[in-house]
Design a protein around this ligand. Structure first.
Ligand code: GAP
Length: 512
């Protein structure tokens, strides 16, 4: 079996080679944790965004959309708590002058111990085969017990240090003798908080310029517009406001490709409810969001909930939907019951009322909010990495195939004339002209048809339509299915329905 690391490297190189994702400004050697979406990536990303939008906004008559500006009045970020509390704990190495996230240094150290335990478990599994009882093994094998208890102890001391006192995190780093991963030096500074927001300036002259921030989340654009939307849309609680857009964070540990970026896109929805009804809606949205993910067919086993025990100051319940990325289970989406914290804070800082008059209760109140927040780039990575597969075929050869959910595929069909003569290219182009009103389709006449199939497999195109000499006689073509490689002979007039049936958002969302 390929190692996790190799699988991930393969994902990154495939994304570049096939025009999905490039490092930003690569001619200048790139910019760390910033990426550009290329010709195929931009289509896949757009399709994921649309799939989300359709299910959240179009399918719910009590949810409407919004596109708030990235730049907001700076007091927004004071009210939201980002100016004072949107921090990462950083530590500098005095010898190498390199800066790290202190919690990540400790987590990585702990993970190495966990990996030792996992290796022992895998060895035992291979040795005992079907008779292996993992539960018993992890509680009785002395080495595994020692590794796992050390692992848990480190993580719990880290969690305590992160909330109580950062000096305890520094003490833990010293005690565990954690070294600079690049140089091996153990000469560390104290741990200090570092704000993650990017600052910028508004205005031409240095004297009058106003300090602004690039938004670190799209949610605040929704909160400050809550009453505008409610009034102009005559919305009745419960109702939601959904938004997709860029967010910016000066992440210090920027790695794992598009998993943690400095400029990324969020798809967020704030659902405004009556105080006291928030838990019911929190559970509703937790289930609804998981169903949305599952509808894409990437495998139920690849998702799990992580309920937060320690809650942020504004939340009374929170959970992550975690996904099994090539580097393990990590957060893909957050569902948070944010109480009335944000609206109340904006009331306080703006001096304006952000209240709703509930005609059924005949009273005014500040609604409570349940938020769903998913990273579009993380969704992209989840879909892309899981879909990229190496298959061994019956004849022993291998093929690389990107088994994207057909609804998200950048190109739905490629039309290929078998040869570049005898009028076949003209028929193929005519088919393209007909189909392109409904689908993104591509024309390809270069190379032998087998190689063209392989190329479309690697791009994730669900269908290849081949025009051959029989087409001239009876207006039929072959249609090849990416995943099964099965080929059917069908009438040109049937193509649209065949493709539609496999790629329509309706059919996919109905699986929810
Ligand atoms: N409004 C709530 C909020 O922003 P969050 O957990 O900080 O919550 C929500 O972010 C989602 O945004 C995450 O679950 C993740 O998918 C995505 N996200 C956060 N930081 C990211 C980053 N640096 N790069 C890519 N995606 C990120």
């Amino acid at each position: 079996m390929a190692k996790q690391e190799d699988i991930f490297k393969n994902v990154v190189s495939h994304a570049k080679e096939y025009g999905f994702i490039f490092p930003s400004s690569e001619v200048y050697d790139g910019l760390s944790a910033v990426y550009d979406y290329a010709q195929n990536g931009v289509e896949l990303k757009k399709n994921i965004r649309e799939y989300w939008w359709k299910s959240m906004v179009q399918m719910n008559d009590n949810i409407v959309g919004l596109d708030a500006a990235i730049l907001m009045h700076p007091t927004t970020w004071k009210a939201s708590g980002h100016v004072d509390a949107f921090n990462d704990p950083l530590i500098d190495n005095k010898d190498s002058k390199k800066r790290y996230r202190a919690d990540v240094l400790v987590e990585d150290f702990a993970e190495k111990i966990n990996q030792k335990a996992q290796k022992e478990i895998e060895k035992a599994r291979a040795r005992f085969g079907d008779a292996f009882n993992e539960e018993e093994f992890v509680t009785t094998n002395a080495r595994v017990v020692e590794y796992l208890s050390k692992y848990k102890e480190i993580l719990s001391r880290l969690a305590k240090g992160m909330t109580d006192d950062l000096q305890d995190v520094k003490a833990l780093i010293d005690e565990l003798e954690i070294a600079d991963p690049e140089t091996g030096s153990k000469n560390w500074t104290d741990v200090k908080q570092f704000n993650l927001m990017f600052g910028t300036k508004l205005g031409a002259s240095a004297d009058s310029a106003m300090d602004l921030y690039l938004r670190p989340e799209t949610a605040q654009g929704i909160f400050v517009n809550f009453l505008n939307v409610q009034k102009s849309g005559r919305m009745k609680v419960p109702f939601g406001i959904a938004q997709t857009g860029k967010a910016f964070r000066n992440e210090i540990v920027a790695r794992q490709f598009i998993f943690r970026m400095r400029e990324f896109e969020q798809m967020e929805m704030q659902f405004f409810v009556r105080p006291g009804e928030e838990m019911q809606w929190y559970h509703h949205w937790k289930e609804a969001r998981l169903k949305w993910h599952l509808s894409l067919g990437l495998g139920k086993e690849n998702y799990r909930f992580h309920d937060h025990e320690k809650l942020a100051h504004y939340a009374n319940a929170a959970a992550d939907i975690e996904f099994n990325f090539p580097f393990g289970f990590k957060e893909l989406e957050g569902i948070h019951s944010r109480t009335d914290f944000d609206l109340k804070a904006h009331e306080q800082y703006s001096g304006r009322k952000l209240q709703y008059f509930d005609p059924e209760l005949n009273e005014n109140y500040v609604p409570y909010v349940v938020e769903t927040s998913v990273g579009l780039d993380r969704m992209f990575l989840a879909v892309f990495a899981t879909s990229l597969q190496e298959e061994v075929l019956e004849d022993g050869s291998t093929r690389t195939v990107l088994k994207l959910p057909a609804v998200l595929a950048p190109t739905k069909a490629a039309v290929l004339p078998l040869v570049k003569k005898d009028g076949l290219p003209d028929i193929a182009k005519k088919i393209i002209e007909d189909l392109k009103w409904d689908f993104n389709v591509a024309y390809d006449e270069k190379d032998a048809v087998g190689r063209r199939y392989r190329r479309q497999d690697a791009l994730g195109t669900p269908f290849c339509i081949t025009v051959d000499h029989q087409t001239i006689e009876d207006e039929t073509v072959t249609i090849r299915h990416r995943d099964t490689m099965k080929q059917d002979r069908v009438k040109i007039s049937e193509l649209k329905d065949i493709i539609e049936n496999e790629v329509s958002m309706k059919n996919w969302l109905m699986k929810m």
